[in-house]
Write a protein that binds this ligand. Structure first.
Ligand code: S3P
Length: 177
């Protein structure tokens, strides 16, 4: 199955893409933005611009907790806007508060891709603080195990992300419109 959808929500204004680091949220988000003419916002980039430093620098200087505060602040601010395509961070939806905020004005789409593909895509990453460890693939496996049920529960649209970004964007549009 390429994708499926559950329920419907009249209040929907934004589309929020969620899923593990490296699943393609930003690339697919840009595609969707191009196809729908809605503005695209990458939540990490939004946080970086406001903080004047990279996510990696925020983690190094102030720790993960501070980053999570900024992330929740970003959820609040972006939820007040409408007609956005938002790529959330891989950890954003691990906090119920963020799910509630984002869901209040948006529809959450979960992009699911295989563990093997994630490891392949993330093997050279130097940008994501949580992956700068020796046992990267084990960390990916553990986090994926913990987070998969969280993404599944939060999202009302599920899409198989093991296709090209253009194909995944088309599958999402086919489900949503
Ligand atoms: C994180 C994912 C990252 C970024 C930060 C933490 C996570 O976003 O928000 O490094 O906890 O999974 P991407 O999913 O866009 O890489």
């Amino acid at each position: 199955m390429q994708g499926r959808c559950r329920g419907d929500d009249e209040r929907v204004k934004n589309i929020i893409l969620c899923g593990f680091m490296g699943c393609g949220k930003s690339t697919i988000g840009r595609r969707l933005s191009y196809k729908t003419e809605k503005e695209f916002v990458d939540m990490d980039a939004y946080i970086e611009e406001k903080a004047g430093m990279t996510v990696k620098e925020i983690f190094e200087k102030y720790g993960e907790e501070k980053f999570r505060e900024l992330e929740t602040e970003a959820c609040r601010e972006l939820s007040e806007k409408s007609d956005l395509i938002i790529a959330s961070g891989g950890g954003t939806l691990t906090f119920q508060e963020n799910i509630d905020i984002l869901k209040s004005t948006g529809r959450i789409v979960y992009i699911c891709i295989s563990y093997e593909r994630l490891c392949e895509r993330l093997k050279r990453d130097t940008r994501r603080p949580l992956l700068q460890v020796e046992n990267r693939n084990e960390v990916i496996k553990e986090l994926l195990k913990k987070r998969t049920p969280v993404y599944e529960k939060a999202a009302s649209v599920y899409v198989d992300g093991n296709f090209t970004s253009g194909q995944v964007a088309d599958i999402i549009l086919g489900i949503l419109y």
